[in-house]
Design a protein around this ligand. Structure first.
Ligand SMILES: Nc1ncnc2c1ncn2[C@@H]1O[C@H](COP(=O)(O)OP(=O)(O)OP(=O)(O)O)[C@@H](O)[C@H]1O
Length: 253
């Protein structure tokens, strides 16, 4: 069996006195596509930052591609794409300058893909020539996604990647995710509060609650299990079909 792409063991993270993650074990295997769900403040961003080595753990260990995240090699870093919730793009640069800057860092930069995405996602000469700080929130989010996809990462971590996108932008992103990313066998972890998007894309969902992964499984199985009264503690078969929204409320309350 191949080693998991993401491996978390006994992870704990505190902010001051408050515990956000604790006793968290999680393995994500090659090619898995997981939607991470949890209430506001449950710790989804913190978990993603910890597993990428962007925040120091208070206990436990996190490994990516078998390497400790505290000491990732450049080669492993180049296999990862990340869209943070606060994208923090270089606001004084134009999109072209920023993409050129990142291109120099990645041996596997896919210039054809970048150009195609820029064109499809509405970056004409006007947008490409403006400082990023003067683009709209949605345009900045699109650019952050393009940057994360540009080097054909083997692991893609997306923290609420569509929160600023209009419905057309969300649809375009989801179709790129399904046809251009998941099709290639990329391992994907993404958080969202837009459950309909998750139903279109995620094969598995994981619920973060009380600092741990409280429930995880293929979306269809979880819904079926919940309808039959198993898995979420309900008794007897339900008369009403259970939606992902119902399941979310039941698991995370
Ligand atoms: N830098 C920080 N310093 C102190 N507390 C923090 C910090 N970052 C996050 N927190 C706290 O940790 C908890 C988890 O925050 P986090 O952003 O990880 O949650 P989330 O599940 O991503 O939330 P949301 O769905 O609202 O984006 C929250 O209570 C938050 O206030």
């Amino acid at each position: 069996m191949t080693a998991p792409i993401i491996q978390l063991r006994d992870v704990a993270k505190y902010y001051g006195g408050s515990i956000v993650l604790h006793g968290l074990h999680w393995d994500i295997g090659q090619g898995q596509v997981i939607g991470l769900l949890g209430r506001n403040g449950a710790g989804k961003s913190t978990l993603m930052e910890c597993l990428l080595g962007l925040r120091e753990l208070d206990a436990g260990s996190a490994r990516l591609f078998g390497e400790d995240v505290a000491a990732l090699s450049d080669a492993t870093r180049a296999r990862i794409g990340y869209v943070p919730q606060k994208h923090g793009l270089f606001e004084w640069m134009t999109p072209l300058q920023m993409l050129d800057y990142f291109k120099a860092m990645y041996p596997r930069w896919n210039a054809v893909k970048v150009e195609a995405l820029l064109e499809r996602w509405g970056f004409g000469p006007l947008e490409l020539g403006k400082p990023i700080g003067r683009l709209s929130g949605g345009q900045q989010q699109r650019l952050s996604i393009i940057r994360a996809l540009a080097h054909d990462p083997e692991l893609l971590v997306l923290d609420e990647p569509v929160s600023a996108l209009d419905p057309a932008g969300r649809r375009a992103f989801l179709s790129e995710l399904v046809d251009g990313v998941i099709e290639r066998g990329t391992t994907v972890l993404f958080s969202t509060h837009i459950l309909t998007d998750l139903e279109r894309v995620a094969l598995d969902v994981a619920f973060l609650k009380d600092g741990r992964i409280a429930l995880q499984g293929p979306l269809d199985d979880l819904l079926e299990g919940a309808r039959n009264g198993g898995g979420t503690g309900a008794e007897g078969r339900r008369a009403e079909p259970l939606s992902l929204e119902d399941l979310f409320i039941e698991v995370t309350q």
